[in-house]
Write a protein that binds this ligand. Structure first.
Ligand code: SF4
Length: 374
């Protein structure tokens, strides 16, 4: 979940969500996705308000096949339960702690407390009171991170405190490590998520947390847990920089037209949406987006934003690399006009390259026509 510091902003965001609608938690996965596209005010606002973007996309008629399937979700839970059974025996083994019968010892403090604030306080206490000389393992601690004026609550799978006092983030994933290697995309996503946890721990005490996190996965095609150390220094630097670039939520909220709401108008059964699609679509489109093809694997609103981007003829839909190369030419129309010599500064390298490409194309077509006529 995410809690704005300012009570009036809290009320404003609750109104955007709709009366009686529970806020969706803002987790490390969502924060990592947000950090990957810091220019998107739409996602920043909807996430800060705890709005169910999947339900919004569904109502807009543009549901994205995105996120974990129910099967993957339960497989992940079952694997984590296996790693943590018998007092986290497997996890401690993977951390290098000797088994109890061999003289190894680890402390597993109880982190239970009512409400998120209580759980955060228990976590902080456990971090501060970990005894030197022994391992301490925090199972599902609760951490906070300040994001654009809101407090996000984050729950890593575990945090290990080594006898020398160093903290290590533990990420448990159900994708396999095959022959010592795993799917690079999945490892990258896990690393970005873990980097968010490292940032949250740095907020408790700077430089105490190792930048190599422990990634625990099933070994080969078995269900046997194995672990790899993953260096997240790069992801940490990127996430820190990108989160700092986020526009403050109050600023985005203040720019909304009076009366804007993303309320889906749930009927009494709590499931049926009564908000007309066109009305919701207009509300969503009042918040500027920054669509890029990467959104397709990271955001529930991707299909809606892609359609809008294409409707507006924006070049963003063609990819960030191309978008950057085209500089001030932000629409397909302006690109075609520049290529045809009808617009654009000829000294602009993008315009010059487009004109040269258009000339080469015309020459090639003329050549082909000549050959066809011969
Ligand atoms: S899909 Fe839309 S809302 Fe989501 S990050 Fe991309 S541009 Fe922003």
């Amino acid at each position: 979940m995410s809690t704005p510091h300012d009570p009036s902003l809290r009320e404003r965001l609750a109104a955007l969500r709709g009366p009686g609608t529970e806020a969706r938690p803002l987790d490390a996965r969502a924060l990592a996705a947000l950090a990957a596209n810091p220019g998107c005010r739409r996602r920043a606002l909807l996430d800060a308000a705890g709005i169910d973007k999947g339900a919004v996309a569904e109502t807009l008629g543009a549901p994205a096949r995105f996120g974990q399937s129910r099967f993957a979700f339960s497989r992940g839970h079952a694997f984590e339960a296996r790693v943590k059974r018998d007092g986290c025996a497997e996890l401690l083994r993977l951390l290098g702690v000797a088994a109890e019968e061999d003289g190894g010892a680890a402390v597993l403090p109880d982190l239970g407390a009512p409400g998120p604030a209580g759980r955060v306080a228990r976590t902080r206490m456990a971090l501060a009171e970990a005894a030197p000389g022994v391992w301490t393992l925090l199972d599902h601690p609760l951490l906070t991170l300040d994001v654009a004026g809101s407090t996000a609550y984050l729950e890593p799978d575990a945090v290990a405190i080594a006898p020398d006092g160093r903290w290590t983030v533990v990420e448990i994933k159900s994708f396999p490590i095959l022959d010592g290697g795993a799917d690079a995309m999945k490892v990258g996503a896990a690393a970005r998520q873990a980097a968010v946890y490292v940032l949250a721990l740095d907020a408790v005490e700077p430089a105490r947390t190792g930048t190599d996190v422990l990634l625990v996965c099933p070994k080969d095609f078995s269900n046997l847990p194995t672990a790899e150390r993953v260096d997240v220094r790069r992801q940490l630097a990127v996430t820190r920089r990108q989160l700092a670039r986020l526009t403050r939520i109050e600023e985005i909220a203040a720019a909304l037209p009076e009366g804007t709401t993303f309320d889906l108008g749930y009927a009494a059964d709590g499931r049926t949406v009564t908000r007309p699609r066109a009305e919701l679509s207009a509300a969503v489109d009042t918040v500027p987006a920054a669509y890029a093809p990467e959104c397709l694997s990271a955001c529930e609103l991707a299909f809606h934003c892609r359609d809008r981007s294409r409707d507006d003829g924006r070049v963003d839909a063609l990819g960030r690399g191309l978008r950057a190369e085209l500089g001030e030419l932000t629409t397909v129309e302006s690109v075609l006009a520049a290529a045809a010599g009808l617009a654009g500064d000829p000294d602009d390298p993008a315009v010059a390259a487009l004109r040269r490409a258009a000339e080469l194309r015309a020459e090639a077509l003329a050549e082909a026509a000549k050959e066809g006529a011969a």
